[in-house]
Ligand binder design. Structure first.
Ligand code: ADP
Ligand code: ZN
Length: 215
């Protein structure tokens, strides 16, 4: 499957993407994970992206398109991909459309995961992330804490609150989402690719996607 996952920060795009990878071998491509990995590795890309990310601002479209142009041509994308956190602006969506046409790739759909704002706020303030850039497993202090407090179940690295998950950065990220990313819902509706799912459980989102794709 070749899907775009849309939704506010905290809507569950990453969780849904991870669950979908187990269905048919499609890979998850999270621009947030790629960027956090680059920041921690101290690469040129990481240095350019870091300040934007800390503030909860979007990284410039050109940097993102540079990453995605390469990533989408990697051999592991042949079985399919789940775009998690990309595109984030109309400019990125336009550039992606042109890129996919050039590569001869056709999307199945763009899934909008629609979750009430109260749920989003609660999830983001209680979310914790594995600090290991190669792992980045996600936990929640209330609903899914690691077995041992502060330690990742999967790799043993510290589990921390992301720097952009302070209250100020969260409200800025949500505002950026409403202004820059929410318009993509209309964009993909016009393209005839939109599946809107209002559900707070990831299982329900997966079921809706499977039903639509006939899986
Ligand atoms: P979220 O939980 O907000 O969906 P992500 O992990 O997707 O978080 O992204 C974290 C940060 O990385 C964003 O706030 C932004 O600074 C940057 N980022 C990720 N993807 C993109 C993108 N497609 N375009 C611009 N910036 C991005
Ligand atoms: Zn880990």
């Amino acid at each position: 499957m070749k899907l775009i996952l849309l939704g506010a920060p905290g809507a569950g795009k990453g969780t849904v993407a991870k669950m979908l990878t187990k269905i048919d071998g499609a890979v998850q491509i999270s621009t947030g994970d790629i960027l956090r990995g680059a920041v921690q590795a101290g690469t040129e890309l990481g240095k350019e992206a870091e300040a934007y990310m800390k503030r909860g601002d979007l990284v410039p479209d050109e940097l993102i398109m540079g990453i995605m142009e390469k990533r989408l041509q990697a051999p592991d994308c042949e079985k399919g991909f789940l775009l998690d956190g990309f595109p984030r602006t109309i400019a990125q969506a336009d550039a992606l459309k042109a890129l996919l046409a050039r590569l001869g790739i056709e999307l199945d759909m763009a899934v909008n995961i629609d979750v009430p704002r109260e749920v989003i706020l609660d999830r983001l303030t209680t979310r914790r992330t594995c600090a290991n850039p190669k792992c980045q497993a996600i936990y929640n202090v209330k609903s899914s804490p690691p077995k041992q407090e502060g330690v990742c179940d999967k790799c043993g690295s510290p589990v921390v609150q992301r720097e952009d998950e302070t209250e100020a950065a969260i409200s800025h990220r949500l505002q950026t989402y409403s202004e820059k990313t929410a318009p993509l819902i209309g964009f993909y509706e016009k393209e005839g690719l939109l599946l809107n799912v209002s559900a707070t459980s990831s299982d329900a989102v997966i079921a809706a996607i499977q039903a639509k794709l006939g899986l």
